[in-house]
Design a protein around this ligand. Structure first.
Ligand code: 5AD
Length: 354
C-alpha cells in the first residue's frame, strides 16, 4: 500500500466521520487546499464510480429566456438570434446521440416559458416512445409545479437546476426578481416528484467569498443531489458582469474534490465552463473527483447561438472522448442513474481499511 493512499484513507475517514462537518475546515481547504485533496477525491471517485466517465449528450434546444440573470448571455433583454428546435429536430438529434451509443439525453434551454408544458411533454413522450431505454434529463429552469408533474408523469427521469450560490443577498443581486428560498423550494419539489435531481453552483462570482463557497458545499452535503455541477463563472461580454474576473481553475477543482468527499455518490460532471476557462480544465476535473462529461449535440447551425458565456471551443463527442483518454479513463455508455448513498458509503468504507 503506498503512502498517499494511506494518507487519503485517514483524511477521508475524518471527513466521513464528522457528521457536523466543520465549516472552518472547508474554508481552510478553499483558501489553501490540503496537499492530497485531489488525490483523495480521485480515490473516492474510483471506489464509488469506477473508471468509467459517463457520457451524456446535451441538446440546447431553445435559447429563449424570460429572466434577467446578470451573468448570462441569454438574458431576456439581450439582442440575440434566438432559436427553438421543433420536435422533429430534437428527435433527430436524440437519434444521433443514441446511435453514438449514449444512454442519456439532456434537454437544456433558457427559462423559455413560451414553450408550454404540453409542448415539452410532447417532446419527452416522443423521445421515450422511440427510445424507451434512454434516460431523459431536463434542464429548463424554473417552471410551474403543474409542468414538473406532467413532465415527470410522461417519463422524464432527471432535472437539473443549479442553486448557483447559497448567499441569499448575492443570489438576489444576480437574479432580479427571484430569491434563493424560491429556488430551494423548486429543488425540493423536484425531488418530491421523484426526479433524480442535479444542482450546483458557480465559483468565482463577483463578490462571492470562500465562506459562501463553504456554504454551497454544506448545502450539497445536506441536500445530497444525485448530480452535482460545479463550474467557474466566466464573464460574458453582453452582460452587466462583463468586466468581472473569471472564476479560478484551482478553486473550481478544489470545490469538485470537496464535493466528491462530502457527497461521494453524486455524479459530478467535468463542466463545459471549465473547458472554456482552461484547455486542460475538463481533464483536470476528471482527475479531481469528476466522473461525467456532457458533449454538445446541438445542431451546428444553432450551437454557436447558445451564448451563455464565451466558449473557446465546442465540446463535441470526439473532444470528450479524447479528454477521457487523456485522463486515463474509459468512456461509460450506460444510463448512469443515481448511485444510492448506502452503496456508496459501503464502498467508501473500504477506504478506511488500509
Ligand atoms: N459563466 C459560467 N456559467 C454560467 N452559466 C450561466 N452563465 C454563466 C457564466 N457567465 C451557467 C449557470 C446556469 C447554467 C445554465 O449555465 O450555472 O445555471
Amino acid at each position: 500500500m503506498n503512502r498517499s493512499a494511506r494518507v487519503s484513507g485517514t483524511f477521508t475517514f475524518k471527513i466521513m466521520r464528522e457528521s457536523d462537518f466543520d465549516r472552518q475546515k472547508l474554508i481552510d481547504n478553499l483558501s489553501r487546499p490540503e496537499e492530497d485533496l485531489e488525490k483523495m477525491a480521485d480515490l473516492a471517485r474510483k471506489r464509488v464510480c469506477g473508471p468509467d466517465v459517463i457520457i451524456r449528450g446535451i441538446i440546447n434546444f431553445s435559447s429563449y429566456c424570460c429572466r434577467g440573470c446578470l451573468y448570462c448571455g441569454l438574458r431576456q433583454t439581450n439582442n440575440l438570434k434566438r432559436y427553438r428546435l421543433n420536435k422533429a429536430q430534437v428527435l433527430n438529434t436524440v437519434g444521433k446521440i443514441v446511435r453514438a451509443g449514449i444512454s442519456t439525453v439532456v434537454l437544456q434551454s433558457g427559462d423559455d416559458l413560451e414553450c408550454g408544458g404540453q409542448e415539452l411533454c410532447g417532446m419527452v413522450e416522443t423521445i421515450k416512445s422511440f427510445f424507451p431505454d434512454i434516460a431523459v434529463t431536463l434542464s429548463l429552469g424554473e417552471r410551474s409545479k403543474t409542468d414538473y408533474k406532467a413532465l415527470r408523469a410522461c417519463g422524464a427521469d432527471r432535472y437539473l437546476l443549479k442553486f448557483e450560490t447559497m448567499n441569499p443577498r448575492l443570489y438576489r443581486y444576480l437574479h432580479p426578481g427571484r430569491d434563493l428560498d424560491g429556488r430551494l423550494r423548486h429543488l425540493r419539489l423536484l425531488r418530491e416528484l421523484g426526479f433524480q435531481v442535479g444542482t450546483g453552483n458557480m465559483t468565482g462570482l463577483p463578490g462571492q467569498t470562500v465562506e459562501d463557497l463553504a456554504d454551497d458545499l454544506l448545502f450539497l452535503q445536506e441536500f445530497a443531489p444525485e448530480m452535482t455541477a460545479i463550474g467557474p463563472f466566466i464573464p460574458q461580454p453582453d452582460t452587466p458582469l462583463k468586466d468581472s474576473c473569471c472564476g479560478s481553475l484551482k478553486t473550481t477543482l478544489t470545490m469538485i474534490s470537496l464535493a466528491r468527499l462530502l457527497v461521494p455518490f453524486s455524479h459530478i460532471p467535468a463542466t463545459t465552463a471549465l473547458a472554456s476557462l482552461n484547455q486542460d480544465g475538463q481533464r483536470l476535473a476528471l482527475m479531481a473527483g469528476a466522473n461525467v462529461i456532457m458533449p454538445d449535440f446541438t445542431p451546428i447551425a444553432y450551437s454557436s447561438e447558445y451564448k451563455i458565456y464565451p466558449k473557446t471551443s465546442t465540446i463535441d463527442l470526439a473532444v470528450a472522448l479524447k479528454t477521457i483518454q487523456a485522463a486515463g479513463r474509459v468512456p461509460g455508455y450506460g444510463r448512469g442513474d443515481a448511485i444510492t448513498s448506502s452503496i456508496a458509503h459501503k464502498l467508501i468504507a473500504t477506504i478506511f481499511r488500509f
